[in-house]
Design a protein around this ligand. Structure first.
Ligand SMILES: CC(=O)N[C@H](C=O)[C@@H](O)[C@H](O)[C@H](O)COP(=O)(O)O
Length: 222
């Protein structure tokens, strides 16, 4: 799969319960649209959405389950329970939060990585800082994604993509680094590839029309 996605665009098709496009059928159509547009992969949340997407398109899928636990801020595939649900769908890769924050039920990132790989599935480590990337690399994950930069209180906070983190990871780690998070334009996606990203994940700018509409409407008010 990593060869298949090299240099390409992965579209994140996600709409949570509080979003207007929530629903597996709609996410499957989003994935179909992404395929028609030449995306090389899909990132998706929940067993229902992943199953619907896999029935609609034959692209590789990176699966996550967003679930909140009371005692932890980790919400992207936080525990073995979510990993097992994802494994049942036959996804090609599972993305997990690999930040060094406290995890629910005293779980550890290394245990999740081993469990996923033992089930012959690839692991994407969603990290927020360079140090977290180095830690994830040591655990033998299959790729690292800049997904959580700006979403942990201690990581770089900025409006656009974290190209600085991307460059640092590409320079220091000899493994596939995925650019993800706040990529808004084709030019930014291209820049990420030029900086050495293995592939680029774009979500909101393609699949969250309420946010796209907002950008247009706000511009007209200026
Ligand atoms: C921080 C977090 O929870 N990110 C989530 C991870 O799966 C998604 O909500 C994002 O849409 C995805 O990472 C793509 O990013 P963007 O939508 O900015 O292109």
């Amino acid at each position: 799969m990593l060869n298949e996605i090299k240099g390409g665009l992965i579209v994140s098709c996600q709409a949570l319960e509080d979003e207007p496009l929530h629903g597996s059928m709609i996410m499957a159509k989003m994935a179909k649209a992404a395929k028609w547009g030449n995306a090389v992969g899909i990132r998706a949340n929940s067993v229902e959405d992943i199953q619907a997407i896999k029935n609609e398109v034959d692209l590789p899928v990176i699966g996550i389950i967003k679930r909140e636990y009371p005692e932890s801020e980790v919400y992207i595939t936080p525990t073995k329970a979510e990993v097992n649900e994802l494994l049942s769908t036959g996804v090609d890769m599972i993305a997990i939060d690999a930040t060094n924050r406290k995890r629910p039920n005293g779980g550890r990132v290394d245990q999740l990585v081993r469990h996923i790989q033992a089930n012959r599935c690839l692991v994407m480590a969603d990290i927020s800082t360079f140090d977290e990337g180095v830690e994830a690399a040591k655990l033998g994950v299959d790729c690292i994604s800049t997904t959580l930069s700006g979403y942990t209180p201690y990581s770089r906070q900025q409006r656009g993509p974290d190209f600085h983190l991307l460059e640092q990871l590409v320079r220091e780690l000899n493994m596939p680094i995925i650019a993800e998070g706040r990529i808004q334009t084709p030019e930014e996606a291209k820049k990420a590839i030029e900086l050495g990203a293995h592939a680029v994940v774009v979500g909101s700018a393609i699949t969250r029309p309420q946010l796209i509409t907002h950008t247009f409407a706000e511009k007209l008010k200026q």
